[in-house]
Design a protein around this ligand. Structure first.
Ligand code: URA
Length: 209
């Protein structure tokens, strides 16, 4: 499990409890999803390369670090992943945004891509895939594979809540992918919802039901 990062900072735990509460309305839910995405982004970018530059402060000239300019892209999985985009762009304003939409074929039960728009230079970028809920791991695994098909070398997956089943599936299919989560919940129920979870993240973000 060394590829799974459980980000249990007190601020994240507090904000996640707000999301879990069924009384939290869509406006607050959206705001808190975005804030959580920003906090998670801070941790998920801990390995960004730095370079030394010479800077003249008002006192003297010395060498300091700045980001080495690694190219990044974020890819929200439609539709709930959209809720995490703005929070990430707060910290990574130069990141490009790709989109991927998947549905489950009712006969084969396999995820099928129905929408995909990636930045032209995606193969040169490190990718963070965004989806608030990692349930069975079927769509996450498929999204990772679609992005790998573009010859992308380095992919991270960011979920707010994961079920153990989802982590296991992604880890088995894509052992190279690092997973960042704010919580690992108990299980999936018979309808595929994470328990205790927070319900349907897409419905709660967009106020649909
Ligand atoms: N997707 C959701 O939005 N919620 C779950 O609990 C599982 C998948």
């Amino acid at each position: 499990m060394e590829k799974v990062h459980i980000l249990d900072h007190p601020l994240l735990q507090h904000k996640l409890s707000i999301l879990r509460d069924e009384r939290t309305g869509s406006k607050e839910f959206r705001e808190v999803v975005s804030e959580i995405a920003t906090l998670m982004c801070y941790e998920a970018t801990r390995d960004l390369p730095l370079e030394e530059v010479e800077i003249k402060t008002p006192i003297t000239t010395a060498k300091f670090k700045t980001l080495a300019g690694k190219k990044l892209a974020i890819v929200p999985v439609l539709r709930a992943g959209l809720g995490m985009v703005d929070g990430i762009l707060e910290l990574l304003p130069a990141a490009k945004v790709g989109h991927i939409g998947l549905y489950r074929d009712p006969e084969t039960l396999e995820p099928v891509e129905y929408y995909c728009k990636m930045p032209n230079d995606i193969a040169e970028r490190d990718i963070i895939i965004l989806d608030p809920m990692l349930a069975t791991g079927g769509s996450a695994s498929a999204a990772i594979q679609f992005i790998k098909n573009y010859d992308v070398k380095h992919i991270k997956l960011m979920n707010i809540i994961a079920a153990p089943e989802g982590i296991e599936r992604v880890h088995k299919d894509h052992p190279d992918v690092e997973i960042y989560v704010a919580a690992v919940d108990e299980k999936l129920n018979e309808h595929g919802y994470i328990v205790p979870g927070l319900g349907d993240a897409g419905d709660r973000i967009f106020g649909t039901k």
